[in-house]
Design a protein around this ligand. Structure first.
Ligand code: MN
Length: 333
């Protein structure tokens, strides 16, 4: 029997003096929470830690500015050229590392810690569990093996990943074990109410106007997805320009669009200010595997939440997606 990857990774971390952590570009709550939570705990164990992502601009989204251990972050240009131990978190494939992808070849050892079903297993050691609700779940298991203390700082970071990747404990991946982990984190005394308020219930006033535009542009296609229904909308470049908001500020837009009862699948096309083209976010309510659909279109994700990027026009993106969704196999209910 092959050794438990949790033991293998815990052993590698225990034996390392310095660890370089990286997460995916455009980091979300789980990417930042798993990276900074692990980073804070490893620093507590006396290790040299740096953390980064290969993004430009290199800026922590305002909603996550409360996270601990932000001083571990270094811009990708200052990231070690050949780290002895590189750990990637919440990152399903090398391209999601952006400008840090070249470190996969120069690092002496690469550990992949992730829960994406689409993970391409690109590490020397892969701690990948698609049944985990969030990458922070795997980080907590690692910390337990390491005998690392669950400090309030570590707990804030891990709770952030847990609450965001479960949609505030609403998604189907929210198991009893998820709530047990949340209980362990809350027991450290963290202010979960302030965390949720910062992430979900705080936005610049301009967000209301942007949401108004998204709602006005929303379209319902009842015959799409084999008759299960599709609802879609867009956040065009003008909406970003008018509101002064960025991609990281509109993560929650899809959660508004997906409320349409008549649609199994929700889609939001967000103009990509850096690359041009569109960032496409998709959600399914459980009957269709949008993870497979998005992986086939060059992206990745989970069964019910996934995305990809496209340089095509919005009309072409939608036509291609309609066709892919029409032929997507329906999951057993
Ligand atoms: Mn995640």
């Amino acid at each position: 029997m092959s050794p438990d990857p949790l033991d293998t990774v815990a052993g590698l971390l225990a034996g390392a003096d310095s660890v370089a952590l990286a997460c995916h570009v455009g980091p979300d709550g789980d990417a930042l929470g798993s990276m900074l939570g692990l980073g804070a705990a490893l620093r507590g164990l006396g290790k040299d830690v740096v953390a980064s992502w290969g993004g430009d601009p290199f800026e922590v989204p305002a909603a996550y500015s409360f996270l601990p251990a932000l001083d571990l972050l270094v811009p990708p240009t200052d990231f070690p050229a050949a780290p002895p131990l590189l750990v990637t978190l919440d990152t399903g494939s090398p391209d999601r590392l952006g400008s840090l992808a070249d470190r996969l070849a120069s690092a002496a050892c690469v550990v992949v810690v992730d829960h994406h079903a689409s993970n391409t297993l690109y590490g020397t050691v892969n701690l990948v569990d698609a049944t985990a609700a969030a990458t922070v779940v795997l980080v907590e298991q690692l910390l337990e093996r390491l005998g690392a203390q669950l400090t309030p700082d570590v707990a804030v970071a891990l709770y952030t990943g847990l609450v965001t990747d479960t949609g505030s404990f609403k998604y189907s991946a929210t198991t009893p074990a998820v709530h047990e982990l949340a209980a362990r984190l809350l027991a450290t005394g963290i202010r979960h109410d302030l965390i949720s308020r910062a992430i979900y219930d705080t936005a610049p006033f301009a967000y209301l106007g942007l949401l108004g535009g998204v709602a006005a542009r929303a379209a319902l296609e009842p015959a799409a997805v084999g008759g299960l229904g599709l609802v879609w909308s867009t956040v065009p470049a003008e909406a970003f320009a008018e509101s002064g908001l960025g991609l990281a500020d509109v993560e929650g837009v899809i959660d508004v669009v997906r409320t349409a009862r008549e649609a199994e699948v929700a889609v939001v096309l967000k103009a990509d200010p850096l690359e041009g083209g569109w960032k496409v976010s998709t959600r399914s309510k459980g009957a269709v595997d949008v993870g497979l659909v998005c992986t086939a279109l060059g992206g990745g994700g989970h069964r019910f939440a996934a995305g990809y990027s496209s340089s095509r026009t919005a009309d072409d993106v939608l036509a291609e997606l309609r066709a892919a969704l029409a032929s997507a196999p329906h999951l057993p209910s």
